[in-house]
Design a protein around this ligand. Structure first.
Ligand SMILES: Cc1cc2nc3c(=O)[nH]c(=O)nc-3n(C[C@H](O)[C@H](O)[C@H](O)COP(=O)(O)O)c2cc1C
Length: 197
C-alpha cells in the first residue's frame, strides 16, 4: 500500500516532560524565531502529560538522537505515567522539578503561553526560558523512527489472536477486523496507520 502522505512531513522525535508526566512526541514546531523563541507541541487530550502540562504551565522538550535506546521510546511512548514511573530505569536530571533524561541531545524548558484546543489534541505553545545542549549527535527524525522501528521497538502480541498494531505508538487492537473509522486511543491516528499481525 502506498504510504500515507503525512509520513513525508519531516519532524523529529522528542520527550515532552513536565512535573509528574512525560511522553514521546513527534509534533514539535518552532512557531517564531524571536528570542526567546516560541515552540509548539501537540499532545493528545487523553495523555497524562497533557493534564500535567495544563496543571504546571511549564514543560520541557528533549531531543532524541539516532542512538536512542529503543527502551526509552517504548517506556515513554507506549505507557502512561498514570500507571508507571517512566524514569525509574533511566538516568535523569531535574530542572525546576521537571525530570529530563540525560541521554538526549539537549533540552528546552518552556513556560506555557497559549493552548489551542483541536479535536483530539491540544497544541501547547511555550516560550523557551532555559536550554542546554549535552551533545551534537544526529537528531532522530520521525522518518528514521519509522524506518528503524522494528529494531527500536518490538511489539509483542498475544499468540493465536489476530492483532492490529499501531505503527505510530505500538497500541495493539485485538479483533478479526479493524473498523475503518477506528482512532488509536493512545496516539489519535486513524486505521490506515495500523498493520495486521
Ligand atoms: C514515535 C511516537 C511519536 C508520538 N508522538 C506523539 C505526539 O506528538 N503527541 C502525543 O500526544 N502523543 C504522541 N505519542 C504517543 C504518546 O507518547 C503515548 O500516548 C504515551 O503513552 C502517553 O503517555 P502519558 O499518558 O504518560 O502522557 C507518540 C508515540 C510515539 C512512539
Amino acid at each position: 500500500m502506498e504510504r500515507d502522505i503525512t509520513r513525508d512531513i519531516l519532524s523529529g522525535i522528542f520527550i515532552a516532560s513536565t512535573k509528574g508526566g512525560a511522553c514521546v512526541v513527534d509534533t514539535v514546531l518552532q512557531v517564531s524565531s524571536t528570542k526567546p523563541a516560541l515552540i509548539s507541541v501537540c499532545v493528545n487530550k487523553n495523555n497524562y502529560t497533557n493534564e500535567m502540562i495544563k496543571k504546571n504551565k511549564k514543560f520541557a522538550l528533549s531531543i532524541l538522537d539516532t542512538n536512542t535506546n529503543g527502551d526509552i521510546i517504548k517506556t515513554f511512548g507506549f505507557n502512561s505515567s498514570r500507571d508507571i514511573d517512566k524514569f525509574k530505569n533511566f538516568d535523569y536530571i531535574e530542572v525546576d522539578g521537571i525530570k529530563i533524561l540525560k541521554d538526549v541531545i539537549g533540552y528546552m524548558v518552556l513556560e506555557l503561553v497559549d493552548i489551542v484546543d483541536t479535536e483530539t489534541h491540544d497544541i501547547f505553545i511555550g516560550r523557551i526560558i532555559e536550554s542546554k545542549r549535552f551533545k551534537t549527535t544526529t537528531p532522530m527524525s520521525y522518518l528514521y523512527y519509522q524506518e528503524h522501528k522494528d529494531e527500536l521497538i518490538k511489539v509483542e502480541t498475544e499468540e493465536g489472536k489476530t492483532a492490529f498494531v499501531c505503527t505510530v505508538c505500538g497500541y495493539v487492537y485485538y479483533g478479526e477486523e479493524l473498523p475503518s473509522n477506528f482512532i488509536c486511543p493512545r496516539c489519535g491516528v486513524g486505521s490506515s496507520a495500523f498493520v495486521k499481525k
